[in-house]
Design a protein around this ligand. Structure first.
Ligand SMILES: Cc1ncc(COP(=O)(O)O)c(C=O)c1O
Length: 376
């Protein structure tokens, strides 16, 4: 039977398209890039692409993009200084899945471990820990959103019979604060703890930090055992996606061979989206490290512009050093709705994603500045 939409349903799609087009113009409050064009990849949408199984193992199923996925993981492992010949990873459905993977791996290695994370950690992490049934302690944050190292040390010292699993933030959701992995490792040395695991949540800033000077202490050389990054955030993707990178020797301890797919069952989902690895591959190939660096520089320049304009107009705005997030008091609800601003406890943020036009920033500031003043 020929598949055809009725005229009513066609109209419904048009209405949705126009609404999305309009909504996509008007936001600055969420860390989502929109300056991409993946038209060259559209032809792959006619296939049931599925990267099921481990990207690095042969598989009986061949309607996949696992070759490109391997290239993506290799690029990211290099960018994040993963140990030579001891890295592994896959393209996920987003940062939350990569974080869950890191925690799952940590739990398999240390079933009696205790997870520590700061109060500024993304809401999905607590849910992941409930699903994984892992014991956890929330650590105080500093004012800038970074973990409080004194509280971390004292709390670990009280539970030293349980291997610590540190869930570190490389860019918190509201303030883009980065926990310092070298400081975290120093705590373990001070307490003479040898068995521990560090997972780095770099949902947004994992893709920015490799290009910052000075380089933040955030990746595998600084102590990470695994790291998760979102693809729809800094890189830009029409479908939520991400990558998770981990140490291969740790994966080998948990992998299981599955006869039905002729591959190893190392990933969280069975069937996996085969289009997102193409998006990552296309972005990496067309931008390269130089292009990614230029995107970071563009965002930093615009964050500085936005912060300066707010300050010049008497709004108490601030940003963490080298971050693309500007934090400010929340404006009125009507303005929050209009510009899709994420707010929490009386503050909001602008996230200056690459290639945000100055005209958009100026239009938002024109609404936000008087509104914040009225709120005072
Ligand atoms: C710090 C942090 N971690 C994790 C996530 C979840 O990532 P995703 O939406 O890609 O699942 C986010 C999302 O905003 C985040 O800000």
């Amino acid at each position: 039977m020929e598949r055809k939409l009725s005229n009513t349903d066609k109209k419904k799609l048009d209405v949705l398209y126009n609404a999305i087009q309009n909504n996509a113009e008007n936001f600055i409050g969420y860390p989502v890039s929109k300056d991409f064009n993946y038209e060259e990849l559209f032809r792959f949408l006619k296939f049931p692409l599925n990267n099921l199984g481990d990207p690095f193992m042969p598989s009986t199923w061949k309607v996949d993009s696992r070759e490109m996925e391997r290239e993506v993981i290799e690029f990211m492992a290099d960018l994040l200084h993963a140990p030579k010949d001891n890295w592994w990873g896959y393209v996920t459905n987003g940062g939350s899945e990569g974080n869950m993977y890191g925690l799952y791996l940590a739990r398999e290695l240390y079933p009696k471990g205790m997870v520590y994370f700061s109060q500024d950690t993304h809401y999905s992490v607590n849910k992941n820990l409930r699903i994984l049934n892992m014991q956890r302690v929330v650590i105080k944050s500093q004012q800038n959103g970074e973990i409080n190292y004194d509280d971390l040390k004292e709390t670990i010292a009280r539970n030293r019979h349980m291997p610590p699993i540190i869930f570190a933030n490389i860019g918190t959701t509201m303030r883009e604060a980065k926990d310092d992995l070298v400081k975290i490792k120093a705590i373990m040395d001070d307490l003479a703890i040898e068995d521990y695991y560090i997972h780095a949540d770099g949902a947004l800033s994992g893709m920015i930090s490799p290009f910052l000077e000075p380089k933040p202490n955030f990746d595998f050389v600084d102590g990470a055992d695994s790291m998760s990054i979102s693809g729809h955030k800094f890189l830009g993707s029409p479908i939520p996606s991400g990558v998770v990178i981990a140490k291969k020797n740790n994966i080998d301890r948990i992998s299981k061979s599955i006869a039905y797919i002729g591959s190893d069952d190392t990933t969280i989902p069975g069937s996996r989206n085969g289009f997102s690895p193409l998006v990552w591959w296309y972005a990496i190939k067309t931008l390269g490290k130089e292009g990614l660096k230029a995107r970071v520089e563009d965002s930093l320049k615009k964050a500085d512009y936005t912060w300066q304009k707010l300050m010049m107009n008497g709004i108490e705005a601030w940003r963490n050093p080298n971050s693309i997030t500007v934090v400010l008091p929340a404006p009125e609800q009507e303005i929050v709705e209009k510009w899709q601003l994420a707010t929490e406890k009386g503050i909001t943020h602008f996230i200056l994603m690459p290639n945000t036009p100055y005209e958009t920033i100026d239009a938002i500031l024109k609404d936000v500045i008087p509104s914040v003043k009225r709120m005072k």
